[in-house]
Design a protein around this ligand. Structure first.
Ligand code: FES
Length: 595
């Protein structure tokens, strides 16, 4: 035998191939199917690109190879599929020399990063989960920075849907968690983010571009205009105003101030989602670069101007008119905050959080005002609000309706978003942030309205000297037991106890967060689970491994345990894609299918 070179593997004699029609070449490489058809020889990966079924068992007709598992069809010469959900089959070079057939078992691409970038674009455009998973994996293996993948998906989502949606929120939340995640979980996070963006855009009309105004008014004027257009639900005007603000001064604090002032024209709009989406759009730009502000930020305007505010809701009007209470308090804010906004030293965040959990709205507002007089800045108020909202989840009684978890969750993620927006605005302009502080007032009243969810309050484990000594002590064992708990329904209390155990023993919070992320990423998680995890981790990082930090992660674990397990179908897709990419055999050719 005369090999073309050392890279080629011997497949068999041409005579044998002609007689049998097809041969499978095994070795250290992936199995290769060699086919003789109408005088020509072809070679391709024997594992069907859909789920790995051996293509040698498929049928061939008219140059079309059909896989018999889900009946995907492939052009034999190119490997390209006629059924996009199955993905293209990789082909490899063949050479016939002196009556022998040789194959070169390499399936690489000249420029893998570019190839997989295009495949991700294809997968997103056609909402092909398997292709998305392979393309994310391929880019990671090609050392494409994670932020580049997030950018590609985010810009696709912004351009191919008329408005920010759930998918972009999930993408951003998971991208925020990437620094906490090991390699495998990072792949899953990017896959889930991308697949949800693709699903959001599937069948949607693309976004229509708008242009900024020709003038460049200052931020105060633009803020006033945006509030006006939001009140009267004039989307076109609001988008042009925002685009003008971006063109005038694209600094994130200024834009945050402009948008939050407009967003809080309505109270707790769309049960907090509208403000949360705005915050996520800002965070997305932090990840992908603020040069994309004009492409991304206006996507939140449609929901903002259309959102239904709580002022239209009976619960906010009777028996106590909470909306009027918020308005009256907001009107007093300019006199409460010092002109400079530069006061340090107030640190009663935890105490204020507990006052915010009270059952008298007037006293809650008084507590906020007292804190401001004592030196609390807007970011102090929002920090207390976020902690109070986490405590509501941590104390959530499991006798409540299951759907009530979402009620508690909405307040927490809203509070987290308000906290981030206020931190972004900063304290340099005391007058400027006063309208934005309305978000804190709305959050406190939303928190007040959920007080019944803690009647009676669930006990927080590890408090008052509780030892939890019946639980494992070793960090790895605690985390493994936690994952086991998430394998079963309604393990809310044990999940909370294990988190408390892990943190009170001083084990790594980073490792615990990675485990909680693993618990979410292996599920077909709902939108709220991603939000809960990310908001919890972000608020935990504010407090660290303190009592408050522990309560926040306990809240996260309780919520996740109440929503696990699921079918894990997306995990199966991600796993098949990964194994196909790594060249593993998913199904044995002999025996499994009667051969
Ligand atoms: S079509 Fe081949 S494995 Fe599904």
């Amino acid at each position: 035998m005369d090999a073309p070179n050392k890279e080629f593997a011997f497949a068999g004699s041409l005579e044998e191939l002609k007689a049998k029609g097809r041969l499978v070449v095994h070795g250290r490489h992936r199995p290769i199917l060699v086919i003789y058809d109408r005088g020509r020889v072809f070679a391709l990966d024997n594992r069907c690109p859909h789920m790995g079924f051996p293509l040698e068992r498929g049928s061939l007709e008219d140059g079309i190879l059909t896989c018999h598992w889900h009946h995907a069809r492939f052009d034999l010469e190119s490997g390209c599929t006629f059924d996009l959900w199955a993905d293209d089959a990789p082909i490899c070079p063949i050479e016939v020399r002196n009556g022998d057939v040789w194959v070169k078992p390499t399936f690489g691409h000249a420029n893998p990063a570019s190839h997989w970038r295009q495949r991700l674009a294809d997968g997103l455009a056609h909402d092909l989960g398997l292709v998305v998973a392979k393309a994310v994996h391929g880019q990671l293996v090609a050392d494409v920075p994670r932020a580049d993948i997030v950018r590609q998906v985010a810009l696709f989502g912004a351009q191919n849907r008329d408005g920010w949606g759930v998918g972009l929120t999930i993408l951003t939340a998971l991208a925020n968690l990437l620094p906490f995640l090991p390699e495998e979980e990072a792949y899953l996070a990017l896959f889930h983010g991308a697949r949800r963006v693709a699903a959001d855009c599937d069948g949607e009309a693309p976004r229509r571009e708008r242009a900024p105004l020709g003038s460049r008014p200052d931020a105060i004027v633009l803020k006033g205009w945006l509030r006006r257009w939001t009140r009267v639900r004039h989307r076109e005007a609001a988008e042009r105003t925002l685009l003008t603000a971006i063109a005038s001064d694209p600094s994130p604090p200024v834009l945050a101030d402009v948008l939050l002032a407009a967003e809080t024209e309505r109270v707790f709009a769309d049960t907090g989602h509208s403000l949360d989406f705005i915050n996520k759009a800002f965070e997305c730009l932090d990840l992908i670069g603020w040069e994309h502000a004009a492409a991304l930020l206006p996507t939140v305007v449609g929901q903002m101007v259309a959102a239904r505010g709580a002022e239209e809701s009976t619960a906010w009007r009777q028996p106590v008119d909470l909306v009027t209470l918020c308005e009256e308090t907001a009107s007093q804010l300019p006199g409460l905050f010092p002109a400079s906004g530069a006061r340090d030293g107030w640190s009663d965040h935890a105490a204020l959080a507990r006052e915010l959990l009270g059952d008298d709205p007037a006293r809650i507002v008084d507590a906020l005002k007292a804190a401001i007089r004592a030196g609390a800045l807007p970011v102090d108020l929002s920090r207390s609000l976020a902690y109070g909202a986490a405590l509501r989840v941590a104390h959530f009684g499991t006798a409540n309706e299951h759907a009530d978890w979402e009620t508690a969750h909405h307040v927490f993620t809203f509070a987290n978003a308000v906290d981030h927006m206020l931190n972004r605005i900063g304290t340099s302009n005391a007058d400027g942030f006063v309208p934005a502080v309305r978000g804190v007032l709305h959050g406190t009243m939303a928190l007040y309205l959920t007080r019944y969810l803690n009647v009676p309050p669930a006990r927080i484990p590890g408090e008052n000297g509780e030892q939890l000594d019946d639980l494992p002590a070793h960090a790895d064992t605690i985390r493994a037991t936690l994952l086991d708990a998430f394998d079963r329904q309604r393990q809310v209390d044990i999940a909370a106890r294990l988190v408390a155990r892990h943190l009170t023993l001083g084990h790594s919070p980073q490792a615990l967060i990675a485990t909680l992320a693993r618990a979410v990423l292996r599920e077909d998680a709902g939108f709220h689970a991603y939000q809960m995890l990310e908001a919890g981790v972000r608020q935990f990082t504010v407090w660290g491994n303190t009592d408050a930090g522990r309560h926040i992660l306990i809240a996260v674990a309780r919520y996740l345990a109440a929503h696990s397990p699921t079918e894990r179908a997306a995990l199966q897709t991600a796993d098949i894609a990964r194994r196909l990419m790594l060249g593993a055999e998913l199904h044995q050719e002999s025996g499994a299918y009667g051969g």
